[in-house]
Design a protein around this ligand. Sequence first.
Ligand code: APR
Ligand code: ZN
Length: 357
Amino acid sequence: MRALVVRGVGEPPRVEEVELPAPAPGEVRVTVRAAGVCHSDLSMVNGTVAAPYPLALGHEAAGVVTEVGAGVTRVASGEHVVLNWAPPCRRCWYCGRDEPWLCEQGGVPAVPRGRTAAGEPLHVTLGLGALAEEVVVPEAAVIPVPAELPFEAAALLGCAVLTGVGAVRRTAGVARGESVVVVGLGGVGLSVVGAARAAGADPVLAVDVSSTKAKLALAAGATEFLLSDDTLSRAVRERTGRRGVDHAFECVGRGDTIRAAWRATRRGGTVTVVGMGAKDDVVPLSALEIFHSARTLRSSVYGSSDPDRDVPALARSVLDGTLDLAPLITDRTDLDGAAAAFDRMARGEGARTVVVP
Ligand code: APR
Ligand code: ZN
């Protein structure tokens, strides 16, 4: 089958012919019908996040189960599923506390799952490698969804939407009437914008370095778009009684934008870091300002969600029309066009590209 593979830091991803094993006991084979290109994939291409190579990219996808290994009980062939890049073990201390996003097992075991045409072991992004015609994954990594749910919406539920909606509702608990700023308006940030608006937040200030994001942000529910520059915290203060926002969401994954989000937040407010940044990118915060500002700085991993519970709930919201994912999708392509989506993302253009392999 064909998969989008990157062979080293900074190298352009290319479509390669690769081979996957048959599903072992407890595993399933899924034909991918739609996969989103997420910044975390780009981070493994450009070296922001360390990864083993050759690496099949992609971790935000949906498809149809075509084969099940021995002992699989969760799904049957023909079922539509969303892929989960952090299936919890349900046995560890965190799972026992009902915090499966912090599961000690850390998702699908990071072992190579197939071979390249030359016979090299093929690594797969976050245990999935979903920018491909097929994946073979543990049954815990698939979540059944109704067959009426369009595949492109289903795909986005698996990362950007679960992460963004969860950050607003579960991690931060945004309440009606609270003020929000969202820094970084890709698939994740636009999901945060939409969820904040749906929660009744006002204003919802949407911030990006690229002014082309203004239209997308307003379509997703932002009350105003602001350009990210040195005047940002002043601009945010002017719109929030000189105080700063109740909630800031950082959806870029950079120290300087975490710092900008922090500065835009009021005393006693909360900064939720949603972006995944680099190991050596530090955020300067003085001891005095931490004390005096009384702010909370926290992160949101996978939206503090339980995917097995929250993906089906989000699927119902899409089907009943209360969750509209159309503003997130700006491009559609096939596997051969997927590499270009990485270039667009690196330039800060558009939001999600959905790949139909
Ligand atoms: N200030 C404001 N916005 C910025 C800045 C900055 N200094 N630098 C980049 N951005 C914007 C980009 O212009 C882009 O619109 O951040 C946005 C990031 O969007 P995407 O690249 O589409 O990323 P996305 O997939 O939404 O992921 C965002 O969440 O899951 C993590 O690893 C992921 O860290 C990434 C983040
Ligand atoms: Zn992702």
